[in-house]
Design a protein around this ligand. Structure first.
Ligand SMILES: Nc1ncnc2c1ncn2[C@@H]1O[C@H](COP(=O)(O)OP(=O)(O)OP(=O)(O)O)[C@@H](O)[C@H]1O
Ligand SMILES: [Mg+2]
Length: 322
């Protein structure tokens, strides 16, 4: 695997993130790379959020929300972001129930019902899930490949740890203050209660620690591979993604330029198509000169099933990938 990025510490790359516009080939390339890592003897987990169950189809395995064996050294799981968001909000409700008075519970419930649908909730839930999955490494798995959602969402997800970290710390300070006040009132009223750690506070603290850990690991042990096609919109999207990733301190690895048409002199259409593609390729080489490019040829057919995925993975590891 390419290492054209400099990590701040000499930790191995453990987390691989694939991002890019819809349909550029994120799932396909994430799965092919997971196969390569597994073939190299690394215990590899492929995590997909693809709602179309395309990873199940690619690996020809029945996958679920927990890691399922999908070959030698290979495990995979498919997360349902909607179900996750539901469970996430339910967890928040349980915490909140313990913390607020009964009178405000109906209002809280109404609020949380809306929160499940709110934009941002699914991302928060997903990031929460990602941070838990990251903790499985390196004990359970050597490498984890994330087939992420399209880049807009992914990016918000990736910038979340720092925001949420600050938010949780603020909340923590606030609750500590409230608890201290309550303690003072109790002792003034002569109520003697053993000091017991507030459940909400404990959970917030654990979450903040987990997020901080994930933030460090995204910085030190991760690589983000943009996937694009030699076309106008994916190029602009990739430029945006790389710009935003700079702020999140997640190293950018090789760019996968996918679905490159092979030349065919006998067809005027294909010749024209390839000429335009070469113009875009030249632009990609110039604009992303600091990054390694991995060119991937367009196959005549969609890549479905294990045999075709294996063939693609082999193509990627060949010296002249493409
Ligand atoms: N190099 C290739 N040659 C031929 N077909 C390809 C190639 N790469 C991807 N495809 C096909 O293109 C389609 C989209 O690929 P894929 O599902 O990997 O994209 P994606 O970026 O994950 O999409 P989404 O944003 O919807 O999750 C699939 O049918 C896949 O088989
Ligand atoms: Mg996909």
């Amino acid at each position: 695997m390419a290492h054209d990025h400099a990590h701040h510490h000499d930790l191995p790359t453990r987390f691989y993130l694939f991002g890019g516009k819809g349909g550029v080939g994120k799932t396909t390339l994430a799965a092919a790379n997971a196969l390569r890592l597994a073939a190299a003897g690394e215990r590899t987990l492929l995590v997909s959020t693809d709602p179309a169950h395309s990873v199940s189809d690619l690996l020809e395995a029945r996958l679920g929300a927990e890691p399922t064996a999908a070959g030698e050294n290979l495990w995979a799981m498919e997360i349902d972001p909607q179900a996750d968001a539901q469970a996430y909000v339910e967890g928040i409700r349980e915490d909140a129930q313990a913390a607020v008075s009964k009178a405000v519970l109906p209002a809280l419930d109404r609020h949380l019902k809306l929160a499940v649908q709110a934009p941002g909730t699914a991302e928060s839930a997903l990031f929460d899930r990602f941070t838990r999955i990251m903790e499985w490494c390196p004990q359970r798995f050597d490498r984890i490949v994330f087939d992420t959602a399209p880049s807009g969402h992914t990016l918000r997800l990736l910038t979340l740890p720092s925001m949420l970290g600050a938010w949780v710390e603020g909340l923590q300070a606030q609750r500590a203050k409230v608890n201290k006040l309550q303690g003072m009132w109790r002792s003034m009223a002569g109520v003697r209660e053993p000091e017991r750690e507030d459940r909400v506070l404990t959970r917030l603290r654990q979450r903040a620690e987990r997020f901080a850990q994930a933030r460090h690991r995204l910085h030190d042990e991760s690589v983000f591979h943009p996937v694009l096609q030699a076309e106008r919109l994916p190029i602009e999207e990739t430029a945006r993604v790389i710009e935003q990733l700079r702020d999140t301190h997640i190293p950018v690895g090789a760019l996968y330029v996918n679905r490159l048409w092979p030349a065919d002199e006998s067809s005027a259409f294909v010749t024209e198509r390839v000429a335009q593609q070469n113009e875009y390729l030249a632009e990609i080489r110039e604009r992303f000169a600091r990054h390694e490019l991995i060119e991937v040829a367009q196959s005549a057919r969609d890549i479905v099933g294990r045999a075709q995925l294996d063939a693609l993975a082999a193509r990627l590891s060949a010296p002249s990938a493409g």
